[in-house]
Structures are given as C-alpha cells and as structure tokens.
Design a protein around this ligand. Structure first.
Ligand code: ATP
Ligand code: MG
Length: 390
C-alpha cells in the first residue's frame, strides 16, 4: 500500500505536512471559538476542513486522505457533541458531514493513487524508450564506424589494384627511359659536362623503379628484413632532392640530427620515400619565408611491460616539422587515410604510403600539434640490430 502512495513518507516535504497541520489547526480553533449564533461562520469552517482533506489525499494517497479525514473527524466530533448538544435537529447533519469527509478523502486518495501509478508507468515506459534510443544510438555509431572501416579496407584494396596496374604501366616506359639514359651516359666521353646529368637520369630512373616496387608491396604485409640505414646520408639525400623545390618556394630546410643517433632498421629507399613525402608536404603547405626542420635523436629507452626482467627497446625519434598553417584538429585523424587530400592536385596517397611503410618496419608515425603553429610528423623507428649500443 505504502509503495502505491504518490510519495513515500521520507520524501514528503515537511512544508506539506506543516501546511495541513496549520489549516486543520486554524479551522478547528475557528470552530471552537466562534459562538453558535454565528451559524454561517460555522458552515464556512466546517467546509474549510475539505481543504486539508483534499490536499492530504492528493499528496499522500488514500491512506493520507483517510488519516487526515480521521483527524479532522476526531477534532470535529467533540465540537458537535459539546456545542451542538442544544440543537439536536442540527446534529445528524454534522455527523453526515463527517461521513462526507471520509468519502471525499477516499475518492480523492484513490484517484490520486491511480494517477500516481499511471505516472509511474509512464515514467518507466519513458525510461525504456530512452534506453532503447540510447542503445540504437550506440549501435548506429558502431555501424558508422564499421562502415568507415569497410570503406577504408575497400580503398586499400582498390589502392592495391591501382598500384599494380600503375606499376605495370609505368615500369615499361621507365625501362625505356633508363635504357636510353644509360646509352646516353655511356656514349658521353668522360668529363663531358652532360655526363653528370646522364648519371642523375639513370640514378633517378633506378630510384623510381624501386619506389614502384615498394608501391606494389603497399598492400602486402612486409617481411622485416634486417636493414641498416644511417640517418644522416638518408636525410641529406632527401634535402638534396628537395633543395631546388624549397628554394623556388622560398622555404628553408634545416636538419638537426644528434651525433649519437644509431642506424635504423628500415631500408634507405623506404626511409627516403617517407621523408621525401613529409618534406614535400611541408614545402607545399608553406609560403615564402617558411621553415621545415628535420630532427632525429635516440629516444629514451622504452620500457616494455615485463616486471621481472624489463626489456629495453631503443628507438630513434625522427620528426619533420614546419611552421605553416598546420593541420586542423578535425582532419588530423584522417590525413593518413588513402585518398584523403585537401590539396588541389593532391592524390592523398603520400601519408598513407608513409604510414604503411613505417608500420611495415615496426615503427610508428603520428601527427602532433606543433608549437606555436604548423604541423609536426613524428616517427619512432626501431634501431638496427647492434646499433643501439644498449
Ligand atoms: N605539413 C603539412 N601541413 C599542413 N597540412 C598537411 C601537411 N602534411 C599533410 N597535410 C594534409 O594532409 C593531407 C594528406 O597528405 P598526403 O601527403 O597524404 O596527400 P597530398 O599531399 O594531399 O597528396 P599527394 O598524394 O600528392 O601527397 C594533405 O592534403 C594536407 O591536407
Ligand atoms: Mg603529399
């Protein structure tokens, strides 16, 4: 029964109880102090008792209403007995009033309980709807994520096919270019002023061929071969290749490699390709006066989780940073997605390839906010065997 009350007693605001007590006390005092000759006032006070009875029943349910009506009756009966004793004709009407108090309390209390239980059902139904809605939302978020992953996988698969056909199409004319360049190089007398250009032509054609091979391997998991690449020459080569481009864009490239940085376990071609992409991206993002910096250092040893015998893993931190416009927060997650580009004429493959290469050689690459502005790509590359000195 108590549970069906609109509110349990410990939740009842004291104010409501105080209100009921005050009204009952006020009406009772009025009743007992006003003389019988003021019959109209007696009628008023008698009916004023309905106020606490109705409120008591609405706030505290059937039981509350009956208790209020009972108290009112208990206070009213002595008044009828004492004051209306001399008017026996009026007395039955007074007793009838008490009966009506109880009836009103009962009806109002029952109605209010019904209303309360309906409200409770509604609240429960609402909670269920809310729960269902929440679950639906979670499921739809999961679906969107799964869809995004599927699309990404699709794009990667498409990229694999694309790279295979591209490599096929490019390799043939590239072979002809290289062959012609070799003839050109070999036919020039030693010391000829064009001999150096012919040599560069052959070398770059070779490099393109290797890049294509690498590109073909993009979709394939890599065998981690035991490579050993010194950072300084690899970085110098990328700086050399991009020097002209940087000069015409008015961009300065600086290199800061700490002298003790050990060789890394990634082939120099692959490392060069990654660095080239990062430096080109930076140059493309910068205007005249912009700066690109390439920095590398041996990272503090990473402690792998093994309490008994902690394994030390040395990694090289390599970063390419610029002071350009930077990468807005909302697209930072997506810059490594294949085909994601904001650059007119960009393919959006540069960073996807970089990430694939770095991950393929057990490294990590991430874009971090550069201070005070610009973009900063950080890599962690595993140190080549025997190169850490650890
Ligand atoms: N240094 C940088 N500063 C600002 N935005 C950058 C920088 N590097 C990359 N981005 C953003 O990341 C996007 C993806 O770069 P990504 O190298 O993958 O493709 P791309 O440069 O647009 O095209 P491409 O395939 O020719 O390299 C760029 O379009 C650009 O929005
Ligand atoms: Mg790029």
């Amino acid at each position: 029964m108590t549970s069906s009350l609109p509110e349990s007693v410990d939740q009842v605001p004291i104010r409501r109880l105080a209100f009921l007590v005050t009204v009952v006390a006020f009406v009772t005092v009025g009743h007992y102090t006003i003389g019988l000759h003021q019959a109209a006032w007696h009628d008023v006070f008698r009916r004023l008792y309905y106020v606490p009875i109705i409120f008591g029943a609405s706030w505290f349910g059937l039981r509350g209403g009956l208790v209020t009506a009972g108290i009112v009756a208990g206070l009213f009966v002595p008044h009828v007995l004492l004051q209306w004793r001399e008017m026996p004709l009026e007395q039955p009407e007074q007793y009838l009033e008490i009966l009506i108090y109880l009836v009103v309390a009962g009806v109002t209390g029952a109605l209010s309980e019904k209303e309360a239980s309906r409200r409770k059902e509604l609240r429960l139904a609402n909670e269920k709807v809310e729960e269902g809605y929440q679950r639906l939302r979670e499921q739809s978020v999961a679906l969107v994520r799964a869809d995004e992953q599927l699309r990404r996988a699709d794009r990667l698969a498409a990229l694999g096919e694309l790279s295979a056909s591209m490599a096929h199409e490019i390799r043939n004319p590239l072979g002809s270019i290289k062959g012609t360049a070799e003839i050109f190089r070999d036919s020039l007398p030693a010391g000829h002023r064009l001999a150096e250009f012919a040599r560069i032509l052959v070398k770059e054609a070779d490099r393109l061929d290797r890049i294509l091979t690498h590109f073909l391997g993009f979709a394939r998991p890599k065998d981690v071969v035991s490579s050993r690449t010194e950072l300084a020459p690899a970085v110098a080569q990328v700086v050399g290749l991009t020097r002209e481009r940087a000069r015409s864009a008015g961009v300065a490239i600086t290199v800061e490699l700490s002298p003790e940085v050990p060789p890394v376990a990634i082939p120099s071609d692959a490392l060069g390709q990654v660095l080239l992409n990062l430096v080109l991206n930076a140059i493309q993002a910068l205007g005249p006066g912009g700066r690109v910096s390439i920095s590398g250092a041996i990272a503090p040893a990473r402690r792998l989780a093994c309490r008994e015998s902690p394994v030390q893993l040395q990694v090289v931190h390599l970063a390419v940073a610029d002071d350009g416009p930077g990468i807005p927060h909302d697209i930072r997650e997506r810059v490594f997605d294949p085909f994601f580009t904001t650059r007119r004429g960009g393919t959006g493959l540069g960073l996807a390839i970089c990430q694939r290469i770095v991950l393929g050689y057990r490294g990590a690459i991430a874009v971090v906010a550069a201070a005070p502005q610009g973009a900063r790509f950080e890599m962690e590359l595993p140190v080549a065997d025997g190169g850490s000195g650890a």
